[in-house]
Design a protein around this ligand. Structure first.
Ligand SMILES: [Zn+2]
Ligand SMILES: [Zn+2]
Ligand SMILES: [Zn+2]
Length: 328
C-alpha cells in the first residue's frame, strides 16, 4: 500500500475490524490501535468470537436439515422459532461472552434475520449468508499494513487545558461578597474549568460534577471549594505532564478522547486524569512487558512504530502550540 493512503483503501475481511484515519478499531473490544491487536484481552475476545461462530455453524446445519423436511403450512411458525433460537444462542447471557456476542448479533444478524421472517427458507439463507460473512478470513496480516502514528489528542477537546494555568486563580476569599459569584464572566469561569451546558446548567470539568452554586463551588470556606482547588491543581499538573511526555502514551496503546483515557492493551478506560495512574499500574506495566516479548505481527509492527518516537513528540508539541495560539 502506498504511503499516505487513507482508510478507504484498506478493507479488512474481518467484520469486527474497522479502520479510522489509518488506525484499526476493534469492534469486539471497543478499542483501537495496533497494540490492541497484540494484547491478551483481544486474543481472548477473538477466541470467543471463533467459539461463537462454531456454535452458530452447528445451528445452521440443524436448520438446514429442518428446511428439507419442511411442510409449507408450518413455514412461518418454524421460521419464527428458528429466529428465536438463533438470537438465543447469539445473545445467550453468559458473562464471559459479553461484547463478543453483542458484536456478533449487531454485525451479523441485525437486519438480515428480521427481513427473512416469515419464510423458513429465507431464514436459513439469511443465516447462512451471515455466517459466510463472519467466517470470511482470520485477522489480517498485520505486517502487510502500513501504520500511521496515532494522532495526538486535542487539548481542551480531549482533556481540560488552559494555555496559562497560572492565570486561573480567581481572587476569591471568604470575604468575597455573594454578588461577585453571580457576576463572574464566562471567560473567568472557563479558566476555573467551569462551562455552561446546553441545558443551561454549569459543569466543572475538574471535579466532573454539575455546579449547583458557584459560591459553594468556588468560595474558599466550603468543603466543595477545597475539593475544587485540589482537583484543579491535580488536573493542571496532569495536563502539564501530557504536554511534556504525553507522546509516550501513544507507544503503549493509550489515548485520550473527550476527557477519557482508553487503553487498548488492558482494554480499560476511565477519566482522563487517571491516565498516568493507569500507566504506572501493575496490570499496564505487565501488558507492556508482554507486548515487548510478543512475537505476533501486530506486536512487531508496533515496536517498529515506536522507533518513530521523535515524530510523535513533535506531533504532540504541535497540538499544544495550536491550543496555545487559540487561547491567546
Ligand atoms: Zn479486540
Ligand atoms: Zn470544580
Ligand atoms: Zn493499560
Amino acid at each position: 500500500m502506498p504511503a499516505g493512503s487513507t482508510h478507504s483503501s484498506t478493507v479488512f475481511a474481518v467484520p469486527y475490524i474497522e479502520v479510522e484515519k489509518g488506525v484499526p478499531v476493534c469492534l469486539l473490544c471497543g478499542h483501537r490501535g495496533l497494540e490492541h491487536f497484540a494484547s491478551a484481552g483481544h486474543a481472548a475476545a477473538e477466541k470467543l468470537w471463533t467459539e461463537l461462530l462454531a456454535r452458530m455453524t452447528q445451528l445452521e446445519s440443524e436448520l438446514r436439515s429442518e428446511v428439507s423436511n419442511e411442510s409449507s403450512s408450518f413455514s412461518e411458525v418454524l421460521a419464527r422459532a428458528w429466529i428465536g433460537e438463533i438470537r438465543y444462542v447469539a445473545g445467550q447471557d453468559e458473562e464471559r461472552f459479553g461484547q463478543v456476542q453483542q458484536a456478533f448479533a449487531q454485525l451479523m444478524l441485525g437486519q438480515r434475520l428480521s427481513a427473512a421472517a416469515g419464510s423458513l427458507v429465507g431464514v436459513q439463507q439469511a443465516f447462512d449468508r451471515a455466517l459466510t460473512d463472519a467466517n470470511r478470513t482470520p485477522e489480517p496480516m498485520w505486517k502487510n499494513q502500513r501504520w500511521q502514528l496515532p494522532p495526538p489528542p486535542a487539548p481542551e477537546h480531549d482533556f481540560p487545558w488552559s494555555s496559562r494555568p497560572h492565570d486561573v486563580t480567581l481572587k476569591l476569599s471568604a470575604a468575597t461578597p455573594p454578588e461577585v459569584f453571580d457576576a463572574l464572566s464566562i471567560q473567568a469561569l472557563s479558566r476555573e474549568g467551569i462551562s455552561a451546558q446546553p441545558d443551561g446548567g454549569l459543569w466543572c470539568s475538574h471535579c466532573e460534577v454539575a455546579v449547583l452554586s458557584l459560591r459553594e463551588h468556588l468560595g474558599p470556606p466550603s468543603a466543595e471549594a477545597q475539593h475544587h482547588l485540589r482537583q484543579r491543581s491535580s488536573a493542571t499538573s496532569s495536563a502539564a505532564r501530557l504536554r511534556s511526555e504525553g507522546w509516550k502514551l501513544s507507544r503503549e496503546g493509550l489515548w485520550l478522547s473527550q476527557h477519557r483515557f482508553h487503553c487498548g492493551l488492558c482494554t480499560v478506560s476511565g477519566s482522563w486524569r487517571l491516565v498516568w495512574e493507569h500507566r504506572s499500574s501493575h496490570c499496564h506495566v505487565e501488558a507492556c512487558a508482554a507486548l515487548s516479548k510478543n512475537a505476533s505481527a501486530a506486536a512487531v509492527q508496533s515496536r517498529a512504530l515506536h522507533s518513530l518516537g521523535s515524530d510523535a513528540e513533535q506531533a504532540w508539541e504541535a497540538a499544544f502550540k495550536a491550543a496555545d495560539r487559540l487561547g491567546e
